[in-house]
Design a protein around this ligand. Sequence first.
Ligand code: GAR
Length: 219
Amino acid sequence: MNNRPADLSSAIPALVSPPALSAPRPSGESPPIKLGILASGTGSNFVAIADAIAHQQLAAQIQLVIYNNPDAPVAKRAHERGIAAHLVNHRNFSQREVFDQQVADLLQAAEVEWVIMVGWMRRVTQVLIDVFPDRMINIHPSLLPSFPGIRAVEQALAHTVKISGCTVHLVRLEVDSGPILIQAAVPVYPEDTAASLHARIQAQEHQIIVQAITEIGQN
Ligand code: GAR
């Protein structure tokens, strides 16, 4: 049976298409916001942010990238773009708070204003939140509050949802909680695998993370 929801895109166009990117701030307005990127893995969202800045679609600058896995591809992608990348390996810390203090110290030394968690697969503690209160955002590959935590895409497929998506939200102590800033929805097809659905979601992530940073920079 072909139960592909053929009319889904026309039924929910506003959900499937995230808002268009805002125009860049004209020069002469407030200076670009200084970002610190936290990432654990591939770094495709980091690339989306860096490319938007390079193409002058986003008035921001990346002060540094912090990654926690020694072989995380995001480090190479940062170096290729001339952006500082620091490894803070959580395996070298016995307490989450001490790890977060090290992360906070690096961010502060780099004069970071906003912390952008893009695939940061560490639970944050109050230590980090206290240094950047209401100045940390996270992107997550589900329509929160559905499917927080790890393997969000697999969770969505296991529940046979018909619509999934991604969320950018302010960071709070509870994992993947906090006020939602932007969401984008995508259809889920019967033949989807975790990889195919995640790829569809990530295409939207790359837009809404830039949109979110644009908006926080304007406020
Ligand atoms: C993204 O899909 C992001 O939403 C997810 O990790 C991926 C990182 O991709 N984050 C979480 O699951 C956090 N709970 P990237 O390294 O290619 O940007």
